[in-house]
Ligand binder design. Structure first.
Ligand SMILES: Cc1cc2nc3c(=O)[nH]c(=O)nc-3n(C[C@H](O)[C@H](O)[C@H](O)COP(=O)(O)OP(=O)(O)OC[C@H]3O[C@@H](n4cnc5c(N)ncnc54)[C@H](O)[C@@H]3O)c2cc1C
Length: 665
């Protein structure tokens, strides 16, 4: 079952909200409020409704009686002269919180009887942790995504130390002096311990946290920020071990393989730093509390459990400074933070994306010299390949249960609502070449049934296993279409880049469909999402499921602040395309500024690829204001060489990059 949007305005009674159901009293036909919230005019309240399309006799009869010349233009009067023809059927008298609670309660049935965990305290007593840690590390490296360069980042000790190629390109991944001098392999292996669910549980049961303060790095091997943190954390941990520090230890949890642990602990993204200490030393507790209070603003407090902090190396310094010097003399670690700051300042441009093939210094664009010349060769098909890869990754990895009650086997009601909207967004706005409209519509329909069932007295839930079954047809189709039509190389070197590709593709295709390039039939069946629905759905999805902790936080902050033309974007598909483009530019330039890449300009598209996209100006571009705050008057090519975008040309360029089918080359 899909949804047909009624194209005309609808007279409604005064209680219209968004996305609720109405039931026609006469025959039980139900309609759903479209995403666009109501507005007033002519003394009435107006809004948009959607009717279910598909095998519903009431809907079919109703629609055929109303359809005019192939398009559906209907005015629905929910009420006339005080008599209601429809009744609000939302929640059957239950509050949204009651529905969510019942959903969570039924979700507990999803939990399989788990085998009793074995608790083995031997390795902690006998100091044989390295064998266990290596085993857990190897398990993480078996993960299907641990391939190519990603395989260098799947466990501790990091594999990149034995890899000459990456060291030649990026000095931070070269073996450092203390490592080269170290001859004790068990010290090398245990500086940072790989931890899985069983080991974490054993640590709790065996009283490890009563004796030592542990800092866990929560990561996945494909996340660029986690990769950047890896050598810094490892060096700190090894140096402290070498200097005989025993009361502070480091562990690493790879959520790619330890999803259950990460969900149960409510660690929603990566990289994160988690503190665990249950011992008697008051000074250590005070240091941790201070750390949490200083680092976490209101937003972080809301997003993360109390002892989870952003995975940034300088954040660690704030904790170490507070720990008693008897436990951790400052001289044992402070030089590492000085060295890091110096490296960031002096290296001119630390690598931004660890895995870009070449550094694009050669480019001489006025705008965008920080992009590789290969940009010119990125066809739409290559960008779609990235969008497709991301889509698969999102369905397989990102959309995972993270219940408020720590249930890792069932989704929460809030998650279900967001998933249903997200899948609908995909079904309506992915290019036809993806061939996914049908399986995505089926998936949406299945999710919708759960949403509706959740409101009935019997209630419903959604288990993690059921989600896997429901998504299987989409994943199968992705594999088929991918092997047939998307065998071109990906253009991205990171998942966050792929996420951008997916967002740009959805926005551009939505706009293209609006331009009426598709036949009226398919337009009717799969009309693109309205701009406000697209904006809200992307927001909700990223808020709930975006695993890059930095990115998510930054996105939400700017979305809430209304930056980059958010409000305009809610009213126009054209503006949605430009909104994501502006946002992407703001992030790219801010990240280069943060890394002190003064001579690198990551405004996009580069002028060599789109000469008409930029015009010289004397004015600052407001989109770059965050980067300006980072640079604080210092030099920056992207800020100093002022250019104003010609948004008409940019739009054309974006449409050709993300929405125009090309051949398979
Ligand atoms: C919503 C969101 C928020 C993010 N916030 C942060 C953050 O706060 N901090 C942080 O460090 N990282 C953030 N990131 C990640 C960051 O944007 C990059 O993805 C990451 O640094 C990897 O960069 P990359 O070199 O792979 O290139 P990316 O910037 O990811 O992608 C580059 C490719 O996309 C295309 N492209 C570049 N610019 C544009 C544009 N403006 N419009 C359309 N296409 C373009 C080009 O073809 C280019 O090759 C965020 C990502 C997303 C999706």
């Amino acid at each position: 079952m899909g949804w047909l949007k009624i194209l005309s305005l609808v007279l409604l009674q005064n209680s219209l909200a968004c996305r609720r159901w109405w039931r026609r009293k006469a025959d039980g036909l139900w309609l759903r409020e479209a995403g666009k919230c109501p507005w007033t005019g002519g003394g009435s309240l107006w809004g948009e409704l959607e009717v279910p399309s598909g095998p519903s006799e009431a809907a079919d009869t109703w629609l055929s009686s109303k359809a005019e010349s192939g398009r559906i233009t209907i005015t629905v009067e929910l009420e006339r002269d005080g008599v209601a023809a429809y009744e609000l059927n939302a929640f059957e008298g239950k509050s949204p919180q009651d529905i969510a609670d019942r959903f969570a309660e039924l979700g507990r049935r999803c939990s399989k009887a788990k085998p009793r965990r074995t608790v083995d305290c031997g390795p902690f007593r006998e100091g044989t942790l390295h064998t266990l840690s290596n085993k857990i590390g190897e398990k993480a490296c078996q993960h299907p995504e641990a391939k190519d360069a990603r395989a260098l980042f799947c466990r501790y000790p990091p594999r990149f130390y034995g890899h000459a190629g990456i060291c030649n390109q990026y000095t931070q991944f070269c073996p450092f002096e203390e490592l080269r001098m170290e001859s004790d392999p068990s010290l090398i292996d245990t500086a940072v311990i790989n931890v899985d669910a069983e080991m974490f549980h054993s640590m709790e049961e065996c009283g490890v946290f009563q004796r030592e303060l542990w800092i866990f790095k929560v990561f996945v091997h494909w996340c660029p920020h986690c990769q950047q943190l890896m050598p810094l954390l490892y060096r700190l941990a090894l140096v402290l071990r070498q200097r005989g520090i025993r009361a502070l230890r480091f562990g690493a949890v790879n959520c790619a393989t330890e999803h259950e642990l990460c969900a149960a602990q409510n660690w929603p993204g990566h990289p994160l730093l988690i503190a665990r200490y249950l011992g008697p030393d008051r000074a250590v507790h005070d240091a941790i509390e201070h750390w949490v209070d200083v680092v976490k603003d209101a937003q972080l407090r809301q997003m993360l459990p109390r002892y989870a902090l952003p995975g940034e190396f300088p954040v660690l310094k704030i904790l170490l400074e507070q720990l008693p010097s008897s436990m951790l003399p400052k001289s044992s670690w402070s030089f590492l933070f000085d060295a890091d700051a110096e490296h960031a300042q002096s290296s001119g441009c630390a690598n931004l994306t660890a895995l870009h093939l070449e550094h694009p210094e050669g480019a001489d664009d006025r705008v965008g010299n920080g992009w590789h010349d290969a940009e010119r060769n990125f066809t739409t098909r290559r960008r779609w390949t990235d969008a497709m890869l991301m889509l698969r990754h999102v369905l397989q990895e990102w959309i995972a249960p993270l219940g408020d009650d720590g249930n890792a086997d069932a989704f929460s009601h809030g998650q279900l609502l967001i998933m249903e909207s997200w899948v609908e967004l995909l079904a309506r706005n992915l290019p036809d070449a993806f061939g996914l409209a049908d399986p995505l519509q089926e998936l949406q329909s299945a999710l919708l049934q759960r949403v509706r069932a959740a409101q009935r007295p019997e209630g419903s839930s959604l288990c993690a296993d059921e989600w896997k079954l429901l998504t299987a047809p989409v994943l199968t189709r992705i594999a088929e279409v991918g092997q047939r039509d998307f065998v071109v190389a990906s253009a991205c070197a990171s998942d966050t880049c792929r996420m951008w590709s997916l967002l740009h593709t959805l926005a551009s295709e939505g706009f293209r469909r609006e331009q009426g390039e598709l036949s009226s039939k398919s337009e009717l069946i799969l009309s693109p999402s309205s701009p406000d629905v697209m904006m809200q759905t992307v927001h909700d999805f990223l808020e709930q499921f975006f695993k890059c902790h930095y990115c998510r936080r930054h996105f939400l902050k700017n979305f809430e602040a209304g930056s980059f033309g958010r409000d305009l974007a809610k009213t126009s598909r054209r503006q949605v395309v430009l909104y994501f483009w502006r946002f992407h530019n703001a992030v790219s330039v801010r990240v280069t500024a943060w890394h002190s890449c003064n001579t690198t300009d990551r405004r996009w598209p580069p002028s060599s690829v789109c000469p008409r996209c930029w015009e010289q100006t004397a004015d600052d571009w407001p989109v770059l204001s965050e980067a300006r705050d980072v640079v604080r008057g210092g030099a920056s090519r992207a800020l100093d060489l002022k250019s104003a975008p010609n948004e008409e040309e940019i739009l054309k360029f974006l449409q050709s990059a993300f929405a125009e089918p090309d051949d398979l080359s």
